[in-house]
Ligand binder design. Structure first.
Ligand SMILES: [Zn+2]
Length: 258
């Protein structure tokens, strides 16, 4: 193989954020991401929208204009307690409601309480969910093997407490290929723990860097699906991308997309 896959426009690294539950503090968080050019996915429970303390339906496409909206279950239920019918309802009705309110395709998810099972994954896949995030932080930068068990890098509080992981990401070892920093949490934590200033400092530190691709969960998923679906001949001199997502490569020091 005499080429190297890179992120769009030749970026070496990627960052994505993932925030759950859709409380009103998402307004301030989304504005912070916008201010610093960062991209995020917001996982919402359609059943709590328009109730006290939660986002309203009519503001979804403005507050989250630059970000992905994804599922988190209609009512934020413990998935291992559900019958098959309840599992279907929790996911399918969430997709339907969020799509009706936004006019978007909504096919990403995160597991309520971080809880999942083989049955819940199978149900979600059958209902068109293409990825789902857990709460099991890996403290690393790996691409998930199975996007239905997408383990994040780190919860934001761990980055506030110790900056070693962040510094490693900003100056990664040469052997790390296409590292992804995936940060997750809830916007209400910044309000409850009075850590908005820490989050702003983190956003500022990560922002506007030439070597980082800022992306939503679903954009990263789509890009890596296209990368994995590339076909090549056995000696790597021919490469074909059958998807409609351009894939970027670096060959002999030259950047191009296929
Ligand atoms: Zn949640």
């Amino acid at each position: 193989m005499n080429y190297k896959i890179v992120f769009p426009e030749g970026k070496r690294k990627a960052i994505t954020f993932s925030y759950d539950d859709g409380q009103i503090h998402d307004r301030r968080l989304a504005a912070l991401f916008d201010q610093y050019g960062l991209k995020a996915t917001f996982h919402l429970n359609s059943g709590t929208l328009d109730t006290p303390g939660f986002m309203t339906s009519k503001e979804l496409n403005t507050v989250y204009a630059n970000h992905e909206i994804a599922c988190h279950g209609v009512q934020h239920l413990w998935s291992r307690h559900l019958s098959k019918e309840q599992m279907v309802n929790e996911i399918w009705e969430d997709r339907k409601a969020l799509e009706a309110k936004t006019g978007r395709i909504v096919n990403g998810m995160s597991y309520a309480y971080g809880e999942y099972s083989e049955a819940f994954i199978a149900t979600a896949k059958a209902l068109g969910i293409v990825y789902s995030r857990t709460v099991n932080a890996i403290h690393g930068f790996n691409c998930p093997a199975d996007f239905m068990e997408w383990h994040p890098s780190v919860h934001h509080n761990d980055l506030f407490a110790d900056d070693r992981l962040l510094n490693r990401f900003l100056d990664p070892e040469d052997y790390l290929d296409m590292p992804l920093l995936y940060i997750w949490g809830h916007s209400f934590e910044f309000e409850r723990e009075q850590t908005w200033d820490k989050m702003e400092a983190l956003c500022k530190k990560l922002s506007f860097r030439d070597d980082i691709w800022y992306t939503t969960n679903i954009e990263y998923y789509r890009y890596m699906q296209a990368v994995r679906a590339l076909e090549s001949n056995t000696d790597g001199t021919m490469l074909c991308n059958h998807s409609n997502t351009p894939v970027w490569i670096c060959k002999d020091g030259k950047l191009s997309s296929i």
